[in-house]
Design a protein. Structure first.
Length: 400
């Protein structure tokens, strides 16, 4: 076999072939280093003191596995005064594959599942996973990436049943996942904010939902940092309140003709009025005419949607205060409870007019996380799953 093939195709730089043979459908090459040098100081003044053999897997040729049987010599170095084995640069110590094969597996893992790569290359499943982990760790955000952060989005994603969550932090300018923490507590975000403070980074604003532990974690490390409570989460929270009112009213009117009108109207009430067909609008107005609490809650829902269309923060604040007053005076207990919640979070809701950001990019990232979770039917190795999430930023091919 030519040196060009050994060097450029198989990655065996600095070796020459002694002999080759085939066995069990595989190709074996017996090779030795071309030079005699000390493994520590690289001097040439050495004397041979024995050898050992080491078998290393190379890049396959088509579907044919290729192995190198490397003769590793032991030398006495006159310069060091010690006896050492020579270094082989084509593979890491204690690894049974070359750097060239490792890079090939990394490229395949970017497009294929671990099982497919293992079947294609003939490597063990665990070996392929270890190589893929090494690839993914290269793309974990470094300090130089974190120094550019201006706006962040924070949200949680479910990883398995039983309220098991991961907290995901996304750079809203680039869409890159910059941190993944376990759970959705204060402690889930603390390591990330500690790291930001250590390198002197202070974001301009952070978008999130109204989950208390997240806000508490921010205040713990960045006093006065603007929090922007996401529009979608505020409206989704109100939609849950509206549906509770609908269920309570249906239970009160159990056994009456009005109950039949109320039942099955959940999505009719939650949809925007502009999205309803003419037939759906007629059914909606029939419902609103027979029940005052539902009518009030629905009208306030449509009014609340106008909040984020206000031209300035001052007008939005006036509008929000008026909405809260109407909710308190509505006489509906659940509406009053929601109004108190909005009053407590009014500062974060109105921060939208100074920093018009949202968690939309985080929600999009969460959808992609769910896709990679479904592709693998779940992940038992949480560290590997988190590395996959960090890698989403560099993944531009279809996940389906």
């Amino acid at each position: 076999m030519s040196l060009s093939l050994l060097y450029h195709a198989l990655g065996l730089y600095g070796f020459h072939q002694l002999r080759s043979w085939q066995k069990g459908g595989a190709l074996y090459l017996e090779v030795i280093r071309s030079t005699k040098r000390c493994g520590a100081c690289s001097t040439w003044d050495v004397k041979k003191k024995g050898y050992r053999w080491r078998v290393i897997r190379l890049l396959p040729i088509g579907k044919k596995p290729v192995f190198a049987r490397v003769k590793i010599r032991r030398f006495y170095c006159s310069h060091c005064g010690k006896i050492r084995y020579e270094n082989i640069s084509c593979a890491d110590p204690k690894k049974h594959f070359t750097h060239t094969l490792e890079e090939y597996v990394m490229d395949l893992c970017a497009y294929m599942t671990i099982r497919d790569v293992a079947e294609h290359t003939g490597l063990h499943w665990a070996t392929v996973k270890e190589i893929d982990k090494k690839r993914l760790k290269r793309r974990v955000p470094r300090e130089k990436d974190l120094r550019k952060i201006k706006f962040l989005g924070v949200d949680e994603v479910s990883v398995r049943r039983g309220h098991n969550y991961l907290t995901v932090v996304v750079d809203l300018e680039t869409g890159r996942v910059v941190y993944v923490g376990e759970g959705r507590r204060v402690e889930s975000l603390s390591p990330f904010f500690k790291r930001l403070k250590r390198i002197g980074v202070r974001p301009k604003a952070i978008a999130m939902d109204m989950w208390k532990p997240y806000a508490k974690a921010v205040r713990l490390y960045y006093r006065g940092l603007p929090l922007v409570y996401d529009t979608f989460h505020v409206l989704a929270d109100y939609s849950r309140t509206l549906n509770k009112i609908r269920v309570d009213e249906a239970n009160k009117l159990e056994g009456t003709p009005e109950e039949k009108v109320i039942k099955g109207t959940r999505y009719l009430l939650l949809k925007g009025q502009e999205k309803l067909s003419l037939r759906a609008q007629e059914r909606l107005w029939r419902l609103l005419r027979i029940n005052q609490p539902i009518f009030i809650a629905y009208v306030l829902k449509e009014e609340l949607r106008r909040l984020w269309k206000m031209p300035s923060r001052q007008k939005a604040e006036k509008f929000l205060n008026e909405w809260i007053r109407m909710a308190f005076e509505s006489g509906v207990l659940l509406l009053a409870r929601f109004a108190r919640k909005l009053f407590r979070h009014a500062w974060g809701i109105l921060n939208y007019f100074d920093f018009p950001i949202s968690t939309a990019k985080v929600e999009g990232t969460n959808n992609r996380i769910k896709v990679i979770k479904r592709r693998a039917y779940g992940y038992r190795d949480l560290e590997y799953f988190k590395l996959k999430i960090y890698n989403l930023y560099a993944t531009r091919y279809s996940l389906l």
